[in-house]
Design a protein around this ligand. Structure first.
Ligand SMILES: *[C@@H]1O[C@H](CO)[C@@H](O)[C@H](O)[C@H]1NC(C)=O
Ligand SMILES: *[C@@H]1O[C@H](CO)[C@@H](O)[C@H](O)[C@H]1NC(C)=O
Ligand SMILES: *[C@@H]1O[C@H](CO)[C@@H](O)[C@H](O)[C@H]1NC(C)=O
Ligand SMILES: *[C@@H]1O[C@H](CO)[C@@H](O)[C@H](O)[C@H]1NC(C)=O
Ligand SMILES: *[C@@H]1O[C@H](CO)[C@@H](O)[C@H](O)[C@H]1NC(C)=O
Ligand SMILES: *[C@@H]1O[C@H](CO)[C@@H](O)[C@H](O)[C@H]1NC(C)=O
Ligand SMILES: *[C@@H]1O[C@H](CO)[C@@H](O)[C@H](O)[C@H]1NC(C)=O
Ligand SMILES: *[C@@H]1O[C@H](CO)[C@@H](O)[C@H](O)[C@H]1NC(C)=O
Length: 388
């Protein structure tokens, strides 16, 4: 039988001979279902922020910090170039924000999570058609002020993940430093550089507090309770957040002044990737507690760390971890059911129980989109480098 898409088959055959990555991505209809489900169930602040980032990377890659054209985003977007789904999250958030709340969403318990929507809010400001509309800029600046001047801090200066006590969670790294860094890269000048430095310093302080000799990060330290386990999602949040800051620095106009910061972030991401994948199961998965063999498979963190792994291959021009990422991608693909729901995910609220069948993880849905976007960026990179 003649192939339906001869060009595609020929391309994939010639590529598979050259390319370490043999894994196929999700097809359009599968990824559309995953995306629709995400938008149906994302509601908490960090879920909306993570969704906005996932939609940006999936559908508007030229606007994401992984593209050299990210700074500043074009103010002349029109028609189908407008990232409507991302801007919708920013619009609903800022429209609902009361004037007396500095955080983008008040009373979340977390000092950090609302800031995760900040990148989308800044994008809405920079791309807005009505230049008299200062609502997005004001909301982003309020959120920044809350983080820098109001949120509690540890004795070392780490901004607390929690609003009512000082407590450091690995999750913070995805919620806060990418926003502060994005703000700084857009602002430019001395104050913009100071924000880039702050984003880096917060990561450094969190790593000092949470990383142990295993190379992995503990989940939660300080405050009224601790989670000393090497929670897979916590490590994935940390690696993925560091990667966004790394790419923001790399594409900012002052990248060269941050060469040492970039080198350290690269090392710190690699450290998590190496320590995590050393425990990859034979099916390609990570366990919910990465280094505890009595733990259970978690496809959500597996997806996010695989996504970081593909992006780092592009960033470093180095493909040695691709077989590992491909095995993880294979597992994630097999774990998305026919209706577009990711199965075998951790309960993102309790941290240590799998979600019962029939319940779904908003962040897990977003991680699948991030994985698809990163896999595609890697595939494009391979095509560029191997055919030129
Ligand atoms: C997309 O992938 C899913 C899952 O592998 C498969 O069931 C479906 O038939 C595919 N759809 C198309 C249009 O190829
Ligand atoms: C970056 O965005 C530009 C458009 O601004 C696009 O042409 C280019 O392909 C993108 N590059 C990557 C690596 O995504
Ligand atoms: C959100 O969108 C609506 C409808 O376009 C608009 O009236 C409103 O001003 C927007 N909100 C902000 C904060 O710009
Ligand atoms: C909002 O966008 C304008 C450009 O339209 C820019 O001058 C301003 O600095 C932006 N505000 C923030 C907080 O990024
Ligand atoms: C961006 O990162 C790459 C990979 O580490 C590096 O080679 C390059 O020098 C960086 N660019 C800048 C401007 O810092
Ligand atoms: C990067 O790490 C090295 C080694 O720990 C340290 O000496 C250097 O100061 C760090 N760079 C920055 C910008 O913090
Ligand atoms: C692994 O997890 C089990 C169940 O939670 C616990 O009893 C055990 O102490 C853990 N082992 C290690 C080495 O942390
Ligand atoms: C990427 O690595 C390949 C070798 O694997 C090398 O030929 C190529 O020049 C590198 N590209 C860049 C931009 O460093």
């Amino acid at each position: 039988m003649a192939p339906l898409f001869p060009g595609f088959v020929a391309l994939s055959a010639s590529l598979s001979a050259l390319v370490p990555s043999l894994e196929q991505g999700f097809n359009t209809s599968s990824i559309a279902k995953v995306r629709t489900n995400l938008l149906d169930i994302a509601s908490a602040s960090w879920e909306l922020g993570t969704a906005a980032q996932a939609l940006t990377e999936l559908s508007w890659p030229a606007l994401s910090v992984f593209n050299a054209s990210a700074f500043p985003p074009s103010s002349r977007l029109s028609g189908s170039a407008i990232p409507a789904d991302v801007l919708d999250i920013a619009n609903k958030t800022v429209s609902a924000k009361s004037a007396d709340s500095l955080p983008l969403i008040p009373n979340q318990g977390s000092a950090a999570d609302p800031a995760s929507i900040g990148v989308a809010v800044l994008l809405a400001n920079w791309t807005r058609a009505d230049t008299r509309n200062s609502a997005y800029a004001d909301a982003a600046s309020d959120q920044l002020e809350y983080l820098l001047d109001h949120a509690p801090r540890s004795p070392t200066g780490a901004i607390s993940h929690r609003a009512n006590e000082v407590q450091l969670w690995a999750d913070f790294i995805y919620m806060v430093p990418p926003f502060i860094a994005y703000y700084g890269a857009l602002e430019g000048g001395a104050s913009g550089r100071a924000l880039l430095q702050t984003a880096y310093d917060q990561i450094r302080l969190y790593r000092d507090a949470l990383k142990d000799e295993s190379g992995l990060w503990k989940h939660i330290t300080l405050g009224s309770f601790q989670d000393n386990t090497h929670w897979a999602t916590g490590n994935a949040w940390a690696a993925a957040g560091m990667l966004r800051v790394l790419s923001t620095l790399n594409h900012s106009s002052v990248a060269r002044q941050f060469a040492s910061h970039q080198a350290n972030l690269t090392e710190w991401i690699d450290e998590i990737l190496d320590a995590s994948w050393a425990h990859q199961t034979s099916t390609g998965a990570l366990l919910n507690v990465i280094d505890n063999s009595t733990s259970f498979v978690d496809t959500a963190s597996t997806a996010l760390l695989a996504s970081v792994t593909y992006r780092m291959a592009v960033f470093k021009n180095e493909t040695s971890r691709i077989p590992v990422a491909d095995r993880a991608f294979g597992l994630v693909r097999r774990s998305v059911d026919a209706n577009g729901w990711l199965q075998n995910v951790i309960n993102p609220i309790t941290f240590h129980d799998p979600l019962p069948a029939g319940e779904h993880s908003p962040e897990g849905q977003a991680f699948v989109l991030l994985l698809q976007a990163s896999w595609r960026a890697f595939s494009d990179y391979i095509k560029r480098t191997r055919t030129t």
